[in-house]
Write a protein that binds this ligand. Sequence first.
Ligand code: ATP
Ligand code: MG
Length: 403
Amino acid sequence: MKIDKLPTEFIKALPIIKKIEEAGYEAYFVGGSVRDIILDHKIHDVDIATSAFPEEVKQIFPKTIDVGIEHGTVLVLFDEEQYEITTFRTESTYQDYRRPDEVTFVRSLEEDLKRRDFTMNALAMNKDGIIIDHFNGIEAIKNRVIVAVGDASERFNEDALRMMRGLRFASQLSFSIEEKTLQAIQTHHSLLSKISVERIYVEWIKLLMGESRNQGLRLFTETGCFSYCPGFKNKESELNNLLLLDDRKVIENEIIAWLLICYSLKIKDTSLLLKGWKASNRMIIAVKEGVFQLKNREVKEWQNLDLYQAGREIVSYVEQVRFIMNQSSDEKLALQLYEELAIKSIKDLSVGGKELLTYLDKTPGPWLGKTLAYLEKQVVQGNLLNEKNSLLKAAETFIKEES
Ligand code: ATP
Ligand code: MG
């Protein structure tokens, strides 16, 4: 197969391949980007594989960064872009089901392609657009199936993450999983327990954000993979309930994904679940707030204080989750109400602590924070204008009433 018209991302990278070849080595485009040209999908990163060893790559290009030299990867900075260039390699004797004990650099492209996960990802393309396909990857793409390279069981025993990658590709690309590959996932799903949660996390979120989310989720429960993910062991029926939702309503980002999961699975302690998944603190805080507001929205329309507390991002995501869950939702209206708030943060208040101290002629104390919080709340609720004089007077009255 020959690609006649290379996408611009590849054309830009052609000088890299040519330079490596001029130095006497082989170089090809490899992996997901080659698959994505055949599928006519948007290209995100163009990966290059070469017979040159890392030190040899570094001699060819003036600007390089060692990003994973022990795995053979050198980042080449070229023409304002950066490209990962990885030496052909084999990975021998995986004893712990996750990382190869030893990476060996080789000079053969075929050896390199053999260690890749699925046939659709084991393609290479040369500078002329000719595709090298040792494992019938093109046919798999045409038939829209995910097929392990070689013996599926062996491949999942080498690196169990590949099972989750298979499910995520099923969701992302709307492909099915070939019979033997699927059986091997069913047989070996418990090997996922050997994989770091950070690696599973990436695939899980991609699965949820895929265009065939329901297909990915169905496989996630049917193969048993779910039971080796933090917090999901007893949640099979709740996970299956997600299949009732229309997956044409696509999940657009990671926060929405976690909100949907935590809310629809009725997770009692979202922080605990997300800590189990080693999510960032930012994610934990956002999801906690979002779930709180989703529960609020079950019983009432947005109130000013809720909009203020949630912030623009969460307001938008809460409405999106409601939309996905077939609950009444109006993101545009909610955002409009948010924009109409008199202040968006306490910093927008027309008086600050200093002015209160001067005006009231008092020394600092706990009263100050309390007074500011009172003013903030009144302004957000629309009971007070955010205007200096009225705020100072309101503060005076508040303090008198408090004391
Ligand atoms: P995406 O479009 O999501 O980037 P991708 O196929 O490019 O998908 P990457 O994770 O970027 O996936 O990996 C690039 C390539 O490296 C894959 O296409 C595959 O050939 C190989 N690869 C990645 N992870 C594994 C793995 N765990 N086992 C075997 N091969 C892998
Ligand atoms: Mg990629």
